[in-house]
Write a protein of this length. Structure first.
Length: 135
């Protein structure tokens, strides 16, 4: 039983469950299931907020923003994505692939909202960065 307690405390930690919820949220967004995406993303955000784990909270919030948009809460989702972008851009170690994924999602939402001029500018910047990273 000691082995089981040690294993289960490691495997069933709230951190691991929250990371799984974040991945589930991503999958539910891809499958188009807004309710399950929102539920999973919110659980993940709640754990990482409580744990003050800013790095993981940023990734969980990205999934939350996508889920909010899928659920029809476009303005709230866009606001969430913009906060995620601000956090990711201010990080000491910049994850340009993640930043570009956020920007792509924001551009897509802006097109949907009829704000294509802003979206086109974001897409232009993304293409420039992609060229630089490919060199």
């Amino acid at each position: 039983t000691r082995y089981w307690r040690d294993w289960s405390s490691d495997v069933c930690s709230s951190d691991l469950v929250a990371r799984c919820d974040r991945e589930l949220a991503h999958c539910y967004v891809e499958l188009g299931d807004a309710d399950l995406a929102l539920s999973s993303a919110q659980k993940s955000v709640d754990v990482f907020t409580t744990a003050h784990d800013q790095r993981r909270l940023t990734y969980a919030s990205f999934e939350l923003g996508k889920a909010q948009i899928l659920n029809g809460d476009v303005d709230e989702g866009l606001s969430t994505l913009e906060r995620v972008l601000d956090t990711a851009a201010e990080a000491e170690q910049k994850d340009f692939d993640f930043i570009m994924a956020i920007e792509r999602r924001i551009a897509s939402v802006l097109h949907t909202l009829g704000r294509s001029d802003e979206a086109v500018e974001i897409e232009r910047r993304i293409n420039s960065i992609a060229e630089i990273l490919d060199e």
